[in-house]
Design a protein around this ligand. Structure first.
Ligand code: 9MR
Length: 447
């Protein structure tokens, strides 16, 4: 293999290998999460950002998940920023991507107190006008995607922590009846979509989840169309509620589906192997609870990579909440999800150091590149990063590493001052090189 890889005739093979670079998964031989979930009759989903659905992000979103939720693209403020003027581009894009990849889509979300357009929140409306605005919004958005969405989060976050109703535009204007009205309008607009009420801090049995339980029970008794309950599950490492499965079961016993809709499990940064191991156990506990209850439809993570998570900006000093690190390397949490879904992982999730190669700028004859070496659940005291260029590229200069090139084979060793990469840390080195024709990204091996 080594002698083969120096051959310049292997351009296409090498550019194929390059696709694997940012996800140097030890799990390459294992089944993707979406296949494991499907074999159990479950959904394994992720929230996504439409503009990122290319490259490694797109590859992983398509390969590992069988359901997508637009993180922001379907919210009222996104689709109708100005009254009567619509922007469906990102929502359409995500839906098209999902259909091309055989994935379900969860619509998120129709009636919420947040991320509404200012024309709506700043307006003064009579109850009749507000009810009409809500009905029209639901008819338009749900109708637009009729038959294409598996589920809708129709009402989002209706409760306070103590189980009283949250004082929102909708509650204040329409009373508790807004919830039944929204569900009824959604059913009329798309009879095939499963209709959910979605909230956070309702994962365990507590005052808030009991209020939600009582609401769903009463809606069912009144014949209001309600098909499911979404437990968002924005959790903290080491704090998965002990009553999660019991809580899922009690909703299921009411005759509705349950979905874990926005799972992430945050920690205080920096991450280390102990926190990542606890996080893996926590992810497994959540997955196990869903797998154990037939009416639990599945689990969606709120972003699958730490580079696309809302946590660091909302909770300063916290993060690392998703199953993949910022360089798209799967974390112990990823393997824990796979195991809970009946998969095997090779090797066992002991952590790893990975190298991510990227071109940071390119001009007609040359380019600047960098390699970022990151460790998670492992550490290095020295390193060497090797790759083979597939299209005649030649290194001309390097910094923060000593690079040599022989034929197409490049080998870069650490400088005297940056051999140590701690658990949870990273080191980056850079280089200039020449290219012509094409500049495919090579696969980097760490030794
Ligand atoms: O992930 C969303 C983030 O990009 C937004 O900035 C944020 C604004 O509130 O909303 C995030 O998603 C929320 C979801 O729609 C509802 N549950 C809580 C999520 C995190 O805030």
């Amino acid at each position: 293999m080594r002698s083969l890889r120096t051959g310049l005739s292997l351009v296409s093979l090498l550019s194929g290998l390059a696709l694997l670079v940012p996800a140097p998964t030890a799990s390459a031989a294992d089944a993707p999460l979406r296949d494991l979930a499907a074999a159990k009759g479950k959904v394994m989903g992720t929230a996504v950002t439409g503009s990122k659905l290319t490259g490694t992000y797109g590859d992983l979103a398509g390969a590992q998940f069988n359901s997508l939720t637009p993180g922001n693209a379907m919210k009222w403020g996104s689709v109708e920023p100005t009254r009567g003027s619509y922007n469906w581009a990102e929502a359409d894009q995500i839906l098209n991507f999902a259909e091309a990849h055989g994935q379900q889509v969860r619509g998120h979300t129709l009636v919420w107190h947040s991320q509404n357009p200012s024309w709506l929140t700043n307006g003064t409306w009579t109850a009749a006008q507000l009810g009409q605005l809500m009905n029209d919004h639901i008819a338009l958005e749900v109708g637009r995607y009729k038959g294409r969405l598996a589920a809708w989060d129709v009402v989002n976050e209706p409760f306070n922590e103590d189980g009283t109703y949250r004082q929102t535009l909708w509650y204040n204007g329409l009373g508790t009846g807004y919830i039944a009205q929204a569900l009824t309008a959604a059913r009329a607009a798309d009879p095939a979509a499963r209709l959910y009420i979605n909230d956070y801090n309702v994962e365990g049995v507590n005052a808030k989840s009991t209020a939600l339980y009582n609401l769903v029970k009463s809606l069912k008794e009144q014949g209001v169309p309600i098909d499911g309950v979404g437990l968002q599950a924005h959790l903290i490492v080491g704090q998965v509620p002990a009553t999660l499965q019991q809580n899922i079961q009690r909703f299921a016993d009411l005759g509705v589906d349950v979905a874990i809709t926005e799972l992430d499990i945050r920690m205080t940064l920096p991450s280390d192997s102990t926190k990542l191991a606890q996080q893996a156990a926590d992810y497994k506990a959540v997955m196990n609870a869903c797998v154990a209850v037939a009416r639990c439809a599945g689990v969606t993570v709120w972003g699958f990579t730490d580079s696309d998570s809302w946590i660091p900006s909302t909770f300063p000093g916290q993060g690392a909440a998703t199953p993949y690190d910022e360089n798209y390397a799967p974390k112990p949490a990823y393997y824990a999800i796979a195991e809970a879904l009946g998969g095997t992982t090779t090797p066992p999730p002991t952590g790893a150091c990975t190298a991510a190669y990227s071109v940071t700028s390119q001009w007609d004859t040359g380019f600047t590149g960098q390699v970022k070496i990151s460790c998670s659940g492992a550490a290095l005291s020295s390193w060497k990063a090797d790759w083979t260029y597939g299209a005649g590229q030649r290194i001309t200069q390097a910094w923060n590493a000593t690079c040599t090139q022989s034929g197409a084979a490049v080998s870069c060793a650490n400088a005297a001052y940056n051999g140590t990469v701690p658990d949870g840390g990273s080191v980056t080195f850079g280089f200039n090189a020449s290219w012509s024709g094409s500049n495919p990204v090579p696969a980097v091996t760490l030794e």
